[in-house]
Write a protein that binds this ligand. Structure first.
Ligand code: BGC
Length: 677
């Protein structure tokens, strides 16, 4: 007791009975100017840690890359490799994002990390973006639902989440310098909206500033975006960290401080002691401004327990626990999207099929390698490849044959690797099609055996023109994580009924895609111009009446579902009133399965141009054979609003709105109308 008192006398901010803000005050007043400067950048030669201060017992904040698991490059450990974020969001089951976030945080905690550098939540503007596989969707609402769940899951385990990359980091080409020219409405309505909602609904501890410029100013020193929007408008309480080396081109420390950048990673470039001292001496920033960014940083240290008197016990979970591996498999199973299934070719019947041919470069390709694909890479202790998964499943019943013609059924595994030009950070893809050898391989196999299923291993849209009409079935398996092979086998053989739907449009041709109207709009050079405005993803395909290859929200099932009886709780709402939307969904088949019911809203009479429709609700429902479920969704006035750039505010205009409900963005059998007053 005496010892404790002595300790707390010296380090009173370690007293966890005091409110956090008071503890920060106690610490701030003890810090010298030089110590404050030191806290603003990463620890020398560490790459993943913030600076520590021995004198005051301020420990380092220890970070790790995500979002698909704890990366090898930030931990030197083999960890659970979860399916990629696109697979996660294709499940349309945010509950899974919360479980994945919690599981990754448990693994982070078990190895002494307090901050996860995930989730990535940029909007898919172009399908060529090399990091598409790391992001959730082209739609802000779907993105928000997943990011909120993910962040809550991570933080439920006492680990901080970092939402990234703030903001308009929508391409990898010239990512370090490109100047994104985007209008205010588009910025708020499309690119910022999900970040805003996550800040408000999930209270993430950290926001990562992106490399690029936004309307002429680098994101990490952009006062309008950080100070004015993130802090003042949205009430963000955590701190902003730079993306790694995103400060390379910043010249003035005062500008970054005044914008609100608390931590420069991985080391001091703009926040060197020399630069900071000089700027402070010249009066370019004030002590209050400095304290404000340091306070934000310290707040997070307190919140993750770094000043707890007794360090919080790490969860008694082993990394790579069977529970986490099972979760990884479950996500892969729920995220897979059945794109084509002519004549109910799938599922394969293990009792009827005597021989299977397994082909394609992705049938046994190792996907979890050191930095393979960039910072989202995770190296698992083992990987169940598709081939291994199929063999595990069928070994006693089915012979694996080498020649397509000798097989009852052929499975071709093709996709996009994590090498440069594939699903990979720092580069965009050169085009939408698969490598020619892969297209040729499919054609060759299907020529010898029309009973051929194509299974796709990728994290971003591809075109399928050469072979789509020739094969009876196509399964989008994404990058399915360390247990992917088992998940794929379960779906192909009907142990699991596929229930994923596309969180991103698959265009027929690149030119159909919104960002690809001119070299100015993509890839740009010094600047890239977001000329399509708010018409990103399905909003663009709808507006221009372009038929995509596969639309947003599309996915098949082994069950058949029907929709009826759309009911609205009222014919009008006003102010903060909510509208209940109720619909009956039936499984008309003898196979249990899950359907994703989607709700879109259209503003019938608006003073400005608005999308044909926007996703504003969805529910995934599990239905037994011939079962009917009543599905409830709710709409409020915020679901009807647009960003009024002239008055710099969100606004809902009175008038009539149409509601559409159905199984995909392009099949919406039910319609209803209501008035907003
Ligand atoms: C990526 C971030 C990542 C960081 C640390 C950057 O290149 O853009 O997403 O968290 O590196 O690895």
């Amino acid at each position: 007791m005496k010892q404790r008192n002595r300790f707390l006398k010296k380090y009173p901010y370690y007293d966890s009975s005091l409110p956090i803000e008071q503890r920060i005050d106690l610490l701030l007043m003890r810090l010298t100017l030089k110590e404050k400067f030191k806290l603003l950048s990463g620890r020398v030669f560490s790459w993943w840690k913030s600076s520590s201060i021995y004198r005051l017992k301020i420990p380092s904040l220890n970070m790790s890359d995500g979002p698909h698991g704890i990366s090898f490059h930030s931990s030197f450990r083999l960890m659970t490799k979860f399916p990629c974020s696109k697979c996660l969001s294709a499940s349309w089951n945010p509950h899974l994002a919360s479980n994945v976030g919690a599981a990754i945080a448990e693994e982070a905690k078990a190895i002494g990390k307090q901050l996860l550098l995930a989730p990535g939540m940029n909007i898919d503007r172009t399908p060529l973006n090399g990091r598409t596989f790391e992001y959730f969707s082209e739609d802000p609402f779907l993105t928000k639902e997943f990011a909120v769940a993910y962040v809550k899951g991570v933080q439920s385990r006492g680990v901080g989440a970092t939402i990234k990359h703030f903001i308009a980091n929508n391409q990898e080409t010239n990512r370090f310098t490109v100047n994104v020219q985007v209008d205010v409405r588009t910025l708020h309505e499309i690119y910022l909206r999900a970040f805003r909602d996550v800040v408000r609904e999930a209270d993430p501890l950290v926001v990562m500033g992106s490399y690029n410029k936004v309307n002429g100013i680098y994101a990490c020193e952009n006062k309008e975006l950080l100070q004015e929007t993130l802090f003042n408008l949205w009430g963000f309480k955590g701190f902003v960290v730079s993306d790694w080396y995103a400060t390379k081109f910043l010249k003035r420390p005062e500008q970054a401080i005044q914008a609100g950048l608390s931590l420069e990673m991985p080391k001091a470039i703009v926040y060197t002691l020399k630069r900071l001292k000089k700027a402070f001496k010249e009066g370019l920033f004030s002590r209050e401004e400095l304290d404000a960014v340091v306070r934000r940083f310290l707040r997070v240290l307190f919140r993750v327990g770094l000043f707890d008197e007794k360090p919080r016990k790490s969860f008694r979970v082993k990394v790579n626990s069977p529970v986490h591996q099972e979760l990884a498999q479950h996500v892969a199973e729920e995220g897979m999207v059945l794109l084509k299934n002519e004549g109910n070719f799938l599922p394969l019947n293990i009792n009827h099929i005597k021989s299977v041919g397994i082909f394609g470069p992705f049938s046994s390709k190792k996907m979890g390698k050191f930095l393979y694909g960039g910072s989202a890479a995770v190296v698992p202790p083992f990987e169940i490849s598709p081939k291994k998964g199929i063999i595990n499943k069928v070994k006693e019943h089915v012979k694996i044959v080498k020649k397509p013609a000798e097989a009852d059924c052929c499975l071709v595994f093709v996709g996009i690797s994590h090498a440069k030009g594939g699903d990979c950070e720092n580069f965009d893809r050169p085009g939408l099609s698969l490598p020619k050898q892969q297209n040729d391989l499919i054609l060759e196999v299907v020529e010898q055996n029309p009973q051929t299923v194509v299974v796709l291993i990728n994290g971003s849209p591809i075109t399928m023109e050469p072979w789509l009409e020739k094969v009876p079935a196509v399964l989008e398996a994404w990058h399915p994580g360390m247990m992917g092979g088992n998940a794929i086998a379960n779906v192909l053989f009907g142990v699991v009924n596929p229930s994923g739907k596309l969180p991103i449009t698959f265009p027929k041709r690149l030119e159909d895609s919104p960002a690809h109207t001119s070299p100015r709009s993509y890839p740009g050079s010094d600047s890239v111009f977001y000329e399509e405005g708010i018409y990103v993803g399905y909003r663009h395909f709808d507006k221009k009446s372009i038929a995509p290859l596969f639309p947003f929200g599309f996915g098949l099932s082994y069950s058949k579902f029907s929709y009826k009886d759309l009911l609205l709780s009222s014919s009008e709402i006003a102010g903060s009133q909510e509208l209940d939307v109720v619909v009956e969904v039936t499984n008309d088949s003898p196979v249990a399965g899950a359907e994703i019911v989607q709700l879109y809203v259209k503003d019938d009479e608006a003073s400005i141009d608005r999308p044909v429709k926007e996703l504003r609700g969805f529910k995934k429902v599990f239905l037994n054979p011939y079962e009917t479920a009543t599905v409830n969704m709710t709409l409020g006035s915020s679901d009807l609003e647009f960003f009024d750039a002239e008055n710099f505010t969100w606004r809902t205009e009175p008038g009539s709105f149409t509601i559409f409900v159905g199984p995909s963005s392009r099949v919406l059998p039910l319609e209803g109308k209501f008035e907003f007053r």
